[in-house]
Design a protein around this ligand. Structure first.
Ligand code: NAP
Length: 245
């Protein structure tokens, strides 16, 4: 499939994990991909591997995000935005610090707001475009993740509002909500609770109906579908990619 031939794509948090798999999938289908990430070295490595371009971007910075969108839209077009940048700062509510709260809200909610706002300015002008925001099953609540759950639930509301406001300009916005995906993020959780990553994945898999944890490519495939014309009449939706209902 070459569903993104001639299209320009921006993936925030595109250096690693789900973002890198998404950047690779969209590039393999013909897209010109800009990989925007805090981690410039990793962004450059990913971009070189997929034949894209890298930009250093902290999504909490309006100037960085606007520069990343401008770089992706250099040709005058921006067809797809995928917002994958994310962090966790897990703690039970009585131990959660202001910093834990602010950092997570700033990265996920403010970061996605800034990217969506900058992208819509280009997309509404051209009369087309598609955004996919990355939420989580934690949007439904998860012990130790008050900050992350609040941010990920907020992204679902943001997605629906973008869909309502931007539909008349031919711009779609959808959301994926992954479950356990094997990335540096889940590895960080395993380290925090003192489990090997293999044991952590095996324990998690026992609770998942499909009896395995997800891989970044499992999410990338759904994101690619939502960005593509195969989903031309789908907007404002949240698709859980979690190996179960
Ligand atoms: P990951 O491998 O850690 O990738 C996240 C990327 O975002 C990293 O390259 C990270 O850079 C970058 N990033 C962090 N803060 C940033 C900022 N301020 N500006 C720009 N880039 C920033 O994690 P992942 O698992 O692929 O997560 C991708 C998205 O999926 C996140 O939104 C996450 O919340 C969501 N998600 C993940 C899972 C899961 O189980 N893995 C489940 C549900 C949802 P650094 O490494 O330098 O911090």
């Amino acid at each position: 499939m070459r569903r993104f031939e001639g299209q320009t794509v921006l993936v925030t948090g595109g250096a690693k994990g789900i973002g890198a798999a998404t950047a690779a999938r969209l590039a393999s289908e013909g897209a010109q991909v800009v990989v925007a990430d805090f981690d410039e070295a990793a962004a450059t490595e990913t971009a070189e591997r997929i034949g894209g371009r890298a930009v250093r971007c902290d999504v909490t910075s309006r100037a960085d995000v606007e520069a990343a969108v401008a770089a992706a839209a250099e040709s005058g077009r921006l067809d797809v935005l995928v917002t994958c940048a994310g962090i966790i700062r897990d703690n039970l509510i009585h131990k959660m610090t202001d910093d834990d709260w602010e950092a997570v809200i700033a990265t996920h909610l403010r970061g996605t707001f800034l990217a969506a706002q900058a992208a819509q300015a280009v997309m509404t002008q051209q009369g087309s475009g598609s955004m996919v925001l990355v939420s989580s099953v934690s949007a439904l609540g998860n012990r130790g993740q008050a900050n992350y759950s609040a941010a990920k639930a907020g992204l679902q509301g943001l997605t629906k509002t973008l869909a309502i406001e931007l539909g008349r300009f031919g711009v779609r916005a959808n959301c994926v909500a992954p479950g356990f995906i094997a990335t540096a993020m889940t590895q960080q959780t395993a380290e925090r609770i003192g489990m090997s990553f293999d044991d952590f994945q095996a324990t998690a898999a026992e609770q998942i109906p499909l009896r395995r944890v997800g891989q970044p490519e499992d999410v990338a495939g759904v994101i690619a579908f939502l960005c593509s014309d195969d989903a031309a009449y789908v907007t404002g939706q949240v698709i859980y990619v979690s190996g179960g209902p």
